[in-house]
Design a protein around this ligand. Structure first.
Ligand code: ZN
Length: 356
C-alpha cells in the first residue's frame, strides 16, 4: 500500500430495511409508513431488486452487506488502511413523487448517517442527501446539515427530472458554495426518464453502461447554462461515472464550443479547461483497459493528474475487489489520487479534530 493512507471518496452504507429509519422520522411520517405499508423505498428503482448490486461473497443472509459500521470497516476500510471515507447513501429517496415524503426521508437518512455511522467511526464522513423533488426543500436540508462539519458534500443523482444546469437548481449550488461543499453527482436516478435518450432499456447492462452518457449530458448542461461562471468557487465531483469517455467528450464539446460560443457568451473559457479546473471524478469502477500503457495514456489524454479521486464504490458488484488502484499508475500519480487530490477537493476533510 502506498502512503499516505487513502481517502475513499465513494462508498455506500446500506440501509438494512425501512425499520432502521423509523426512529428518525417524525410522528406523522412514521405513522404514514406503517399505515400505508411502505416497506422499501428502493423498489421503484430500475431494475427492481437487481441482485447484482452487492458483491456476491459479502452478502449476508438478507442478501445485503455494509448495513452496519463494523462490517463496513472490516470489509472496506481496514484492508486499505483508509484514513477517511465519504459515505454516499442511496435509498430511493429522490425517486419518490411526493416532495414531502422525499424531504422527510432525506432528513431521516441524514440523521441516521450521523447517529449510526459518523458517530461510531471517526474515519467516516458523508454527503448530504437532498430531496431533488423540490429545490427549496433541498436548500433547507443543506442548511440544516451543513452545520455538522462531517458532511463534506451535497449529493445529487445523475438521473434528474430536469437537466442540472437549469436555473431552478441554482439555489442548491448557491447553498453548497456558501457552505464550502462540492456538488457530488452520483450514478442513479429519480426515474423520471430512461437512462438512455432513446427509450427504456431492459437489462442492467444497458442501464449501467448508459449512465456515462447521462453524466456527459449533465456536465454539458452545467457548462452551457453557466453554472461554473455563476458559482466560481463550486467544485463538481462525478461519482461512479467511469472516466474513459472524458477525453473524447472534451474534444467534441470544446470543438463545437469554438463554433457555437456566440450562443453561450458566458462560457468564456474552453470547456476542456473548465472541466479540468472544476470537475473531479471518483475512480471506481474504473473502465480503462488493464495494461499500464493504456492507463497512463488515458491520464495523458485527460490532461490533468488532479482530477481523479480514490474510491472503492464498496459494496457494489462492479468494485474491483482487492485492487481499487489500476495497475500501471506510477507511484507519484497513485499517491495524488489516494489522498492529495481528495484533500484539495474537499476542504472539510482537512479538519481532522472535528467535534460533532
Ligand atoms: Zn458509488
Amino acid at each position: 500500500m502506498t502512503s499516505p493512507a487513502p481517502i475513499d471518496c465513494d462508498l455506500h452504507p446500506v440501509v438494512p430495511g425501512i425499520a432502521a429509519l423509523l426512529p428518525y422520522l417524525d410522528d406523522h411520517w412514521r405513522e404514514t409508513v406503517i399505515r400505508r405499508g411502505i416497506d422499501d423505498l428502493t423498489t421503484i428503482a430500475y431494475p427492481t431488486r437487481n441482485p447484482l448490486s452487492f458483491k456476491q461473497e459479502w452478502r449476508d443472509a438478507s442478501g445485503r452487506t455494509g448495513t452496519d459500521v463494523t462490517t463496513l470497516g472490516r470489509q472496506a476500510l481496514d484492508p486499505f488502511g483508509t484514513q477517511l471515507a465519504i459515505c454516499n447513501c442511496l435509498y430511493g429517496v429522490q425517486a419518490q413523487y411526493s416532495e414531502d415524503l422525499g424531504a422527510a426521508f432525506a432528513r431521516a437518512l441524514n440523521d441516521w448517517i450521523v447517529k449510526e455511522w459518523l458517530d461510531k467511526d471517526s474515519r467516516l464522513r458523508a454527503s448530504i442527501v437532498v430531496p431533488m423533488q423540490n429545490t427549496e426543500m433541498a436548500v433547507d436540508e443543506i442548511n440544516r446539515c451543513a452545520a455538522d462539519r462531517r458532511f463534506v458534500q451535497v449529493m445529487l443523482l445523475v438521473g434528474s427530472d430536469v437537466t442540472l444546469g437549469r436555473r431552478q437548481n441554482w439555489p442548491i449550488y448557491a447553498a453548497a458554495e456558501r457552505h464550502g461543499l462540492p456538488i457530488g453527482i452520483h450514478a442513479g436516478s429519480m426515474y423520471r426518464h430512461p437512462m438512455t435518450p432513446v427509450g427504456w432499456p431492459t437489462t442492467f447492462t444497458e442501464e449501467y453502461v448508459n449512465q456515462a452518457t447521462a453524466f456527459q449530458s449533465q456536465l454539458t448542461s452545467l457548462i452551457a447554462e453557466g453554472v461554473f461562471a455563476k458559482f466560481p468557487d463550486l467544485t463538481v465531483v462525478l461519482m461512479e461515472s467511469g472516466v474513459t469517455w472524458l477525453p473524447a467528450y472534451l474534444w467534441r464539446l470544446t470543438k463545437f464550443w469554438k463554433g457555437l460560443r456566440s450562443e453561450i457568451p458566458w462560457v468564456s473559457d474552453p470547456p476542456s479547461s473548465i472541466v479540468r479546473d472544476r470537475v473531479r471524478l471518483t475512480l471506481q469502477p474504473f473502465d480503462a483497459p488493464p495494461d499500464a500503457s493504456s492507463v497512463m495514456r488515458l491520464i495523458d489524454h485527460i490532461g490533468s493528474d488532479e482530477m481523479l479521486l480514490f474510491s472503492t464504490d464498496y459494496p457494489h458488484y462492479q468494485f474491483d475487489g482487492d485492487s481499487p488502484i489500476p495497475e500501471g499508475l506510477d507511484k507519484a500519480l497513485a499517491q495524488k489520487i489516494m489522498a492529495e487530490n481528495p484533500l484539495k477537493t474537499y476542504a472539510r476533510l482537512k479538519e481532522r479534530e472535528i467535534v460533532p
